[in-house]
Write a protein that binds this ligand. Structure first.
Ligand SMILES: Nc1ncnc2c1ncn2[C@@H]1O[C@H](COP(=O)(O)OP(=O)(O)OP(=O)(O)O)[C@@H](O)[C@H]1O
Ligand SMILES: [Mg+2]
Length: 229
């Protein structure tokens, strides 16, 4: 349903960051995009949501399509209207607003307030901690993943997931891509990627026997390891 066809992204007119990326997020599936720091994951998401332009980035080649319709020429608000939403990493919320006010702000593309209310009610239903205004906890990521999985099952939500924790990401994903230096270097069903020895070592920090390597070993390995030369 969401297709990136050989896209190239350039920042500031000169910095080539994505070098011909093709990936597909199938309807009702969770697709994960893995990659080391600086590989181009966030750039990929911003290319999809149209937010690149506010960072002086541009899709200079290829196409991004949603059910066959070009997205890469649309402004971000039109992309959102088609049901494609980028959920930001980190704490990209309005700090001075309450949880509820943040949710109202997030619904700004809807003009019917009764429907906004209804939507917020649904958010509280699927994610009760928000209602309790609980402070985020360490285990929150897993809780969110559980909810994403449920939404996929119940509402056929289509997800393109970028998450630092590759083990968790591959656990809930159906399909995965690995990005290195602005290119896709590996792709496959999540179950297959979980078994891939490079993935195990590079992202999961496990050795052949499945034992966890020390962080130092992994870091050292990361410096040497290149998926493609
Ligand atoms: N606004 C920008 N202008 C110029 N270069 C940028 C800009 N944003 C990102 N880059 C560069 O593009 C490359 C990819 O960055 P990106 O943020 O997409 O990587 P990432 O895979 O999301 O990394 P991380 O895991 O650290 O979040 C990096 O080399 C980065 O320095
Ligand atoms: Mg990023």
């Amino acid at each position: 349903m969401l297709a990136l066809n050989n896209i190239e992204v350039v920042y500031d007119g000169v910095i080539l960051v994505l070098r011909g990326v093709s990936l597909f997020a199938e309807e009702g599936c969770i697709t994960t995009l893995l990659g080391a720091n600086g590989a181009g994951k966030t750039t990929t998401l911003k290319a999809i949501s149209g937010l690149l332009r506010s960072e002086r980035g541009e899709v200079t080649k290829g196409t991004i399509e949603l059910d066959g319709e070009r997205l890469d020429r649309l402004p971000p608000h039109d992309v959102v209207k088609r049901g494609v939403t980028q959920v930001f990493e980190g704490r990209r919320v309005f700090e001075n607003l309450t949880v509820e006010e943040n949710l109202v702000a997030g619904a700004h593309t809807r003009s019917d307030f009764a429907r906004v209310r209804e939507g917020i009610g649904r958010v509280y239903d699927v994610f009760p901690p928000l209602k309790e205004r609980r402070q985020p906890e360490r285990r929150l990521v897993e809780e969110i993943f559980g909810i994403v999985r449920r939404l996929r099952e119940e509402q056929r939500l289509t997800v393109l997931l970028v998450e630092q924790n590759a083990a968790l990401a591959l656990d809930i994903a159906d399909h995965g891509y690995v990005m290195e230096n602005g290119r896709i270097v590996l792709e496959g069903p999540a179950a297959t990627l979980r078994q891939n020895s490079d993935i195990k070592e590079f992202y999961l920090g496990l050795n052949e026997a499945g034992a966890r390597k020390s962080y130092r070993d992994v870091k050292h390995y990361k410096r040497r390891k290149r998926w493609l030369s």
